[in-house]
Ligand binder design. Structure first.
Ligand SMILES: Cc1cc2nc3c(=O)[nH]c(=O)nc-3n(C[C@H](O)[C@H](O)[C@H](O)COP(=O)(O)O)c2cc1C
Length: 311
């Protein structure tokens, strides 16, 4: 029997729960010759800002054990050019949900991007990157302070004409508190996790390996932490969760679903295998068939807490 891979996510009907993650899939259009967009649930564009941004100087991406650290600095063409040049080709793939990742360094910056995107066709939802530093408040990330997060999300929600997914920062003490805050402020869903703040040092030069000094750790190294955070968040909220962090195989995706995610995103894996999102989406369907799971949605939160070893 063919499993039903469709899922509902804050009013969106997705072909399957596997989505390409922000910053690792370009603007989407770069992958149209590589990935069969009919086989993936959706894609998240790289972060889009009010004005174009050049990003940080090199080196801005390094490999680590089981992952990588990036400090790209959110380079992008800005919202105007995104709408005129990058978005139109994506309208050829109506079954693939196009989610636009939005960021800013002040709430007004986020709102300006949302206002502009509201007028554009072919967007399924917005994903708000809450890991950005609030330059008006000493550079503390919006997503690491409950009050700032509440302010950002509630104001963004009042402007967005599409579902609002809030991407939380994992660099917090209590992810449950931040997830509950996002829900209270009106988020339609949350995605977690973004990258973990990290530092890598070249012992020969005694200097940081990245121009920006610190960067964000992603890839398989972070997966067990991300799964734990999805599980903790799922107990604190009722809105859907998109889980991500280090997913490389279909089984990795299943872990996130069992922990409470409704959908998953594939990030760093696309660097080693540009077709990873499609491969995992197809593999997840096979996994469901092999395990007699008729509806992929039934996996969400189906974690059995019976401890290993007990009968
Ligand atoms: C090079 C790179 C660029 C990224 N850019 C963004 C971005 O623009 N906005 C965002 O919300 N997350 C961004 N991320 C974070 C990823 O979307 C994802 O949350 C993180 O890498 C963890 O998932 P993974 O281990 O599957 O990569 C970026 C990650 C990488 C590696």
């Amino acid at each position: 029997m063919k499993p039903n891979m469709q899922i509902q996510l804050c009013g969106l009907k997705l072909t399957n729960p596997v989505i390409a993650a922000s910053g690792t899939f370009g603007y989407g259009v770069e992958f149209e010759e590589i990935v069969n967009f009919k086989k993936i649930g959706g894609l998240v564009t790289k972060g889009i800002s009010r004005e174009p941004m050049a990003g940080n100087q090199s080196p801005r991406l390094i490999e680590t054990a089981a992952g990588m650290i990036n400090a790209i600095g959110l380079q992008n063409v800005g919202v105007e050019k995104f709408i005129s040049d990058k978005l139109p080709p994506l309208r050829h793939y109506p079954s693939c949900a196009v989610i636009v990742n939005v960021f800013g360094y002040a709430i007004d910056d986020y709102l300006a991007v949302i206002d502009r995107l509201n007028d554009a066709k072919g967007i399924a939802a917005y994903e708000l990157n809450a890991s950005c530093p609030n330059t008006k408040h000493g550079g503390i990330a919006f997503g690491s302070d409950p009050e700032m997060l509440f302010d950002l999300v509630s104001r963004a929600k009042s402007r967005a004409t599409r579902p609002l997914i809030v991407k939380l920062s994992p660099n917090v003490t209590s992810i449950a508190t931040m997830a509950a805050t996002a829900q209270r402020a009106g988020a339609d869903a949350i995605s977690l996790v973004n990258t973990f703040l990290s530092l890598s040092i070249d012992t020969e030069t005694r200097r940081p390996r990245l121009w920006n000094i610190t960067g964000g750790l992603s890839g398989p190294a972070i997966k067990p932490i991300a799964v734990r955070m999805v599980w903790e968040a799922s107990k604190a909220i009722t809105i859907p969760i998109i889980g991500l962090g280090g997913i490389v195989t279909p089984e990795d995706a299943v872990e996130f679903l069992l922990a409470g995610a409704t959908a998953v995103q594939i990030g760093t894996a696309s660097y080693a295998d540009p077709r990873a999102t499609e491969r995992i989406a197809v593999g997840l369907e096979h996994w469901c068939a092999r395990h007699h799971v008729a509806n992929v949605a039934d996996l969400t939160g189906a974690l059995d807490l019976t401890q290993p070893g007990s009968s």
